[in-house]
Structure formats: C-alpha cells, structure tokens
Design a protein around this ligand. Structure first.
Ligand SMILES: [Zn+2]
Length: 409
C-alpha cells in the first residue's frame, strides 16, 4: 500500500527529475588529469538541490587537491533520518565524468547541452553517474512529499574522483571510518537495462607492459644482432599458454566465466622491413577470477621472463601499469543483496541475478574494507560513449528501487 503511493509519487516527479539531470549535465566535472577543474562547481549546484529537498543533515568531506582552482575535491553526504537512526542505507554515486572525447561523434547534441529525445536525456554523464544520483535524491524527495519516515536512515553519498582511481573520493571517505560492516551499501554505477543484474564481485585486474631489448641489425645478417621482436613474441605466446593452463577455473556467476589473459597493444618498433628490431614493447590485459592469487600470477610472469632472458640473452622488463587485486566478493546471502533483490522484484517485477564483472567501481574499496557492497542500476551501458544518454524510464526505476529499500522492514 505504502509502496504503491511512493511509486506513483515518483512517477509524478518524472519531469522534475529530468530537469535536475539536465541542470547537472550543463556543469561539467572533469578531473585535472583530463584537463578539467574538478567537481566543485557541480557540487555547489548539488548542495543547492539537496537543501531544497530538505535533508536532515548535509556533511562535507572535501579532499585537498592543489591541481584544481578550488584546491579541493568535494565529497558530500546528505542524511535523511529514519526510524532506526543507527541503521544506514548508503547510496553512493560519483559526481565526476570522463571527457566527451571526439566532439564530432556527438551527433544528437553537444556533450554539455543536454536534450530530451525519444524518452532519453542525452549528454555527457547523463547515465554515468547522474541517472542514479538524481534517482537517489528523488527517492528521498518522494518520501518527504508523502511525509513517510524511512525505516532506516538514508545517507546519500556523492563522491569525487571515481574515474581516476578514487583517491580524492571514496578512498578518502573510507579512511575516515564513516561506513560500518552492518550498513547497507549500494553503488549504482553499472547493471543491465532491465535491472536484472546485481554485481557482488569482480576480477583482479593487471595491466602489464613488457619491454624486450635485444640488438638491432640489418635483416640480411640477423646473426650480428638479437631479434627483440622474436623473443617478445615467443615470450608472449609462452605466457598465454602457461597462464591459461595454470588458471583454468570457471565461475558461472561471472561474465565471461573464466580468467582472461589477453596480449593487447604492441608498440611500433623499427621503420623498415629490412631491420631486425633491437627493442620491442607489448602489453597484456589480465583479468583473474578472485579465487586465484593475482600476485602469484605476476610471479609466474616474471619467472618466465627470466627463463627467456637466460635462454636468449635478451633483456625483458615487466612493468605494472595497473594492479587492482579483487577483494573478497560480497556474500550473495548478505542482507544488502537479499533486500535489494526484494526491492527490485517489488518495484520492477524483475528477478535479479547476482554475479561478477571484469571491471572496478567504488564497491571494490568497500569490499576491501570488509564492508559488503553491491553494484546495481538500470542502465543501457552507454557510459563513456559519444551520445551518452539515460532513459527517463530508468531514472524512475532506480528511484523506485531506492525508495523501496528505504521503507522495507
Ligand atoms: Zn561511473
């Protein structure tokens, strides 16, 4: 009864949600690494919106960053007190966006001039992560309009720096011990179009750069040099074989269900066909199921490099470009998972499946800290693409599920 009233109130707020999304898209929040001035301007607008909704308490936990004009990266927490104030439902969304990329590919509208077309809001950041951010605010607004006190305190958390590694965002907040293992933590930053996927785990990620150094010479007299390209290819193929053999496990809760070991980027070596390369650089992208020790895999990669060095006389340098060790997955029976499943069923009439993905979100840092967290939202996954959009329908769906989580007994 109560939830159907909440759902119709959220439907009624559809136009307001759309307008707020568009207002926020017009204020870019790009990291200094990508030539932007950070999230401060967007945060100012956001605080204004939160004040209008009338949250009980708004906190700031800004991180100092000398690289941006405001010298700080904003992090905002807005609390809406529930019947049980000690119990918290956190909804964590990020304010920062990735740059628009090649502007000519934005054919529907310019990245920061949002428009509504075919029930979708177009603009950079519309889906990632403004859709869920706005939905979380309006879930609270709907409850306030109906004078409903949630069962638990709803704490909305708006963070900086998610796209560049979260040092000035969620990592900064987790260090302050604001979150507790018994809290419910939802990170709406990924999912499926029908809301049927709850992410509780991810793979470890390793990005490696391998440089092989031999000796350059003329291709007619290869014996005078040492072909770095050949050694690099042999080493890459050997690794490919060894890693797949050593880590064959299948876990069907992941998509794809296996660890992946892909040789990817190769850098240009010599300018002419008749030169034996003395220097060769290639890369690997490895995504390893959490049941395996990624550090051990790295050890194998280094020892195989040593073997090839001894065998060929070439030098092989292995450099780590990115290393994210997967934390222990959130238990599929954890309270947050069970409650979220229930909220999705009641709000959208969808039975959600729990599983893992290959990439990282803020949820990984919670899990590292022993706090169960899940990733969920209803998205078409057009994040980081030109003509990024969010469906207004999805804004409504996300808001319904968040409100339902707040009022569930
Ligand atoms: Zn995101």
């Amino acid at each position: 009864m109560e939830s159907s009233k909440v759902f119709s109130e959220i439907e009624r707020l559809k136009t307001d949600m759309t307008n707020v999304s568009m207002e926020l898209i017009r204020i870019p929040a790009i990291a200094p690494e990508n030539g932007g001035d950070g999230e401060s301007k967007r945060a100012e607008k956001l605080v204004q919106i939160l004040n209008d909704v009338g949250f009980d308490k708004i906190e700031r936990h800004d991180a100092t960053d000398e690289r941006v004009p405001s010298k700080k990266r904003p992090n905002i927490i807005a609390h809406f007190l529930g019947e049980r104030t000690h119990e918290k439902l956190w909804i964590v969304t990020h304010m920062d966006i990735v740059p628009p990329g090649e502007e000519s590919l934005w054919t529907v509208t310019k990245p920061f001039e949002p428009i509504v077309k075919d029930g979708r809001i177009f603009g950079r950041g519309s889906e990632d992560d403004l859709q869920s951010m706005v939905a979380s605010i309006f879930a609270v607004k709907a409850l306030k309009n109906l004078k409903i006190t949630p069962k638990r305190t709803v704490s909305l958390c708006f963070v900086a720096d998610e796209e560049q590694g979260s040092t000035y965002g969620i990592k900064h907040l987790i260090k302050k011990h604001l979150f507790k293992p018994e809290d419910l933590v939802v990170v709406p930053d990924g999912g499926r179009g029908d809301g049927s996927f709850i992410e509780n785990a991810e793979k470890s990620i390793l990005w490696l750069k391998m440089r092989t150094v031999g000796k350059q010479t003329h291709a007619s007299r290869p014996g005078d040099g040492l072909n770095a390209s050949r050694v690099a290819m042999q080493y890459a193929l050997a690794l490919d074989k060894i890693l797949h053999k050593k880590y064959p496990a299948k876990d069907n809760s992941f998509d794809p269900p296996v660890s992946t070991f892909e040789p990817t980027k190769r850098e240009k070596n010599v300018d002419a066909v008749n030169i034996v390369p003395g220097d060769d650089i290639n890369h690997f992208d490895l995504r390893i199921l959490p049941q395996y020790d990624a550090e051990e895999a790295l050890g194998i990669i280094r020892s195989v490099a040593k073997e090839f060095e001894n065998k060929t006389g070439a030098r092989i340098e292995v450099e780590i470009l990115q290393e994210t060790i997967a934390p222990k997955p959130t238990d599929p029976k954890a309270r947050v998972v069970v409650m979220l499943k229930d909220a999705i069923r009641k709000s959208l009439n969808v039975r959600a499946k729990v599983g893992g993905i290959g990439g990282g979100t803020c949820a990984a840092y919670f899990r590292q800290g022993g706090i169960p967290a899940v990733v969920w939202s209803t998205v078409d996954e057009v994040a980081h693409q030109p003509n990024e959009y969010s469906r207004i329908e999805n804004l409504v769906s996300d808001a319904k599920v968040f409100a339902n989580l707040a009022i569930q007994p």
